[in-house]
Design a protein around this ligand. Structure first.
Ligand SMILES: [Zn+2]
Length: 106
């Protein structure tokens, strides 16, 4: 079972590995997702925090995938939706090995 501590640690790790530590050090935690706050029922991202749905505590890999998705929003700040800039950022993360790292610990 994952905790807020795990999420914060993985945010810091992925920020270092895949974003050159350039993302702001936002607070990351599990919490209930209010529909008006985000584009997804699994997570949302605000300038000062990332929230993930509590059911993701049961799977670290799923939690990390959603966390990475939200970090890509943080990385491209004007992309609240999944437009071209955000998609390009996700491709960059793929090419940098971020998804393999989550799935296979590479
Ligand atoms: Zn999104």
């Amino acid at each position: 079972m994952w905790s807020n501590w795990h999420l914060q640690r993985e945010f810091n790790n992925m920020n270092r590995k895949f974003f050159d530590n350039r993302l702001p050090r936002v607070r990351v935690r599990f919490g209930y997702i209010r529909p008006e706050c985000g584009t997804s029922f699994m997570g949302f991202c605000l300038p000062d925090r990332i929230m993930l749905a509590p059911f993701l505590k049961k799977s670290g890999k799923c939690a990390l995938m959603v966390l990475l998705h939200e970090m890509a929003h943080l990385s491209v700040p004007d992309s609240q939706n999944h437009g071209r800039k955000w998609v390009r950022e996700m491709h960059r993360l793929h090419d940098a090995g971020a998804f393999n790292s989550i799935l296979y610990g590479a």
